[in-house]
Design a binder for this molecule. Structure first.
Ligand code: MIC
Ligand code: SF4
Length: 646
């Protein structure tokens, strides 16, 4: 039996476990990336592990999220990260160099290698045939220290692409179609592989748009083959020697196959407030729009912005629209500046932002009240834009630019002849904004610079004998980590200060939660399906940990968040019968008797007693030997420290 692309990479990096679906496999990690909003915590954790120099082939720290400096906090974090990088062997991508995923794809990614990143859109690297996975900061810290990264062996899904996109239909429309078919929870426990004749019609930046937004399926990762198209992209980046060919065996077996005929796709949008709430632009009709934002790690490549520039050239943005554009990297920005496309964009009236995440994470450009905002981004969760009642639609750059000119939702196919933008034979690359670490002999003398907002990792404790606590919060289905630990310009500067950021935990759902949780001392949170989808931010586990949350009981979890809860020593429980969700109300007194001994004995089925109504609720806690030890130890940091000292 042959192997899929992902199985080949997993096999070549397998440190422990068996490649059977659902069992835990430990992988050797070749590369890591961090960004600044998760990075400060990840490097504090790396320091706590105590390994002097990273053991990966390449680790890169990017500054791209917290670039709005309205106080000292973000700038202090940047200096901290820069000094840690210099000392511990990590490459530092300076603010201004671009969004981590875009830059990593351009400059560092390699087909066939493994990459984990403290950001959920790390699968962007799958566009060049990397096995690139989003993870919590602590997992990245462990991997930098040479430790394995563990996943449960995913099912393999093949998306078979046939045909060719029609003019004005975009790679974004392909991933929106996949989201329409599979939904935001359809990818959980799966790796999505693209294959078929249609793959040959897609450039690397287009493939990367698709693997990037595969994160919204909840998938472990997404991957394309590495072929001649990949080779020419890498050659144009001056890195042909980093290229290797990679494809699935002809007799590879997939658990699921989905066929998509590219020729039949039309421009689409993900409507508020979920990336899988898909309609065609035609169906939405010519509704008025207030704002358009173009950029983010999904759609800010040279190709994307050249198409936008061609659409805007010689025209003016509609009077009712504010158009903001953030190029994905310094390379993209520079090339647009040199070839004149930037002038076309400016001339048309766009508001040009620095190359960073910006509005995608609510760092500025929040829309007006009830504002309709079309964005080329990947997430449209309620409130994420910074405007609570903002109506965010996710669209392609072509749809965004066409609508910017008319002021209403506009199908770009109405624009007439398609623009043909070839990929350049040579990108204008220059790594002058990447700082190499100090040589080994000098690293001891490098001082790490810590600002006053940087506070230590929260206090942890080994799992208690029994859990006897009230339910401090009950939430519904598809709760995102943006609900649990909101981002945005005001809260992001607190990412390195868990006590302070905890004051905002769950406030999107319930303003009183932090005060209530603190006054209760310890508690349990109850949720529905796909709990913790979205961002990889471990703060969505660390803030509850700080507020005394001992366990989370839900119908089902999203992958990264479940791992982050375990890493923080919080017990992840699922209802055996989903209907039992109704047997708990906020405020009920709950108990998991004898939990430590039961977990120690390897029991997966536990009983949660609702002491308020007398119900005995069967719950599940599926753990591997390793995650069991982590939970017993009180989290991954304690577990790693204990194992290092043994
Ligand atoms: C996001 O898109 O939600 C983020 C901000 O990039 C997060 C990381 C974070 O919360 O810092 C992600 O995707 O993991
Ligand atoms: Fe940045 Fe947005 Fe991409 Fe997250 S999704 S890495 S915030 S651009």
């Amino acid at each position: 039996m042959g192997y899929t692309i992902a199985q080949k990479i997993i096999k070549a990096h397998l440190l422990s476990g068996e490649m059977t679906v659902g069992s835990e496999v430990g992988l050797k990690i070749d590369q890591t990336l961090t960004q600044d909003a998760t990075g400060t915590m990840a490097y504090l954790e790396f320091e706590a592990i105590g390994v002097p120099r990273v053991k990966t082939e390449k680790s890169v720290a990017y500054i791209d999220h917290n670039t709005l400096q309205t106080g000292f906090e973000n700038a202090d974090d940047h200096r901290f990260i820069q000094s840690v990088c210099k000392k511990h062997g990590i490459y530092f991508s300076r603010p201004g160099n671009g969004i981590c995923h875009q830059v990593h794809l351009e400059r560092f990614g390699k087909p066939g290698k493994t990459l984990i990143g403290s950001d959920s859109h790390t699968p962007t690297g799958g566009g060049i045939g990397m096995l690139a996975i989003g993870a919590g900061g602590l997992d990245v810290a462990v991997a930098m220290g040479g430790g394995a990264y563990y996943i449960s062996m995913p099912k393999m899904v093949r998306i078979n692409l046939t045909g060719k996109l029609q003019p004005w239909v975009s790679a974004k429309d392909i991933i929106l179609e996949v989201l329409r078919i599979m939904s935001v929870k359809g990818g959980v426990g799966k790796i999505i592989e693209y294959g078929g004749e249609g793959v040959k019609t897609l450039t690397v930046p287009e493939r990367a748009t698709i693997t990037n937004m595969g994160a919204e399926l909840g998938a472990t990762t997404s991957i394309f083959p590495s072929d001649e198209i990949t080779r020419s992209f890498m050659k144009a980046q001056g890195r042909e020697e980093d290229w290797t060919e990679l494809s699935a065996d002809a007799d590879a077996v997939y658990d699921e196959v989905i066929d998509i005929n590219l020729s039949e796709l039309v421009p689409m949008a993900a409507c508020p407030h979920s990336p899988d709430n898909i309609k065609t632009i035609e169906e939405i009709g010519p509704q008025t729009v207030d704002q358009i934002c173009i950029g983010s790690c999904t759609n800010s490549s040279y190709l994307d912005l050249m198409r936008v520039a061609a659409i805007l050239k010689g025209k003016t943005v509609a009077p009712n629209v504010s158009l903001a554009i953030a190029p994905g990297s310094k390379q993209v920005y520079n090339m647009l500046a040199r070839n004149g496309a930037l002038a076309d964009i400016i001339e048309a009236g766009a508001r040009i932002l620095e190359c960073a995440c910006g509005p995608c994470i609510g760092m500025g450009q929040s829309p007006n009240s009830k504002g309709i905002s079309l964005r080329t981004f990947n997430r449209n969760f309620e409130g994420r834009s910074g405007t609570r009642d903002g109506q965010i639609y996710l669209v392609s750059p072509e749809t965004a630019a066409a609508s910017a000119l008319t002021g209403v939702f506009t199908d770009p196919r109405t624009l007439g002849d398609a623009v043909d933008i070839p990929l350049p034979e040579k990108f204008e690359y220059n790594d002058n904004m990447v700082i190499a670490p100090a040589p080994v002999e000098e690293m001891d003398s490098v001082e790490v610079l810590r600002g006053p907002n940087i506070k230590p990792y929260p206090q942890t404790a080994p799992l208690a004998e029994s859990i006897d606590v009230p339910c401090s919060l009950k939430v519904g289905d598809n709760i995102t980590t943006d609900h649990i630990m909101p981002a945005g310009a005001k809260i992001l500067p607190l990412r390195s200060n868990i006590p302070a950021i905890s004051e905002h935990c769950f406030t999107v759902c319930d303003k009183e939660f932090p005060t209530r949780a603190k006054s209760l001392g310890s508690s349990i949170v109850v949720g529905g399906v796909n709990y913790g989808q979205g961002s990889s931010r471990e703060h969505a586990a660390l803030a509850p940990l700080y507020l005394g949350v001992k366990a989370v009981v839900v119908k089902s979890f999203a992958r990264i968040h479940r791992a982050n809860l375990i890493n923080a020593g919080i017990l992840p429980l699922t209802f055996v019968n989903e209907a039992d969700y109704d047997a708990i109300n906020q405020g009920d007194e709950l108990s998991v008797p004898n939990v430590r001994q039961l977990i120690l004995d390897g029991k997966e089925e536990l009983v949660l007693v609702n002491k308020t109504n007398g119900k005995e609720i069967p719950v599940k806690c599926e753990l591997s030997d390793r995650t069991r030890d982590i939970i017993l130890a009180g989290g991954l940091l304690d577990y790693t420290r204990n194992s290092n000292s043994n």
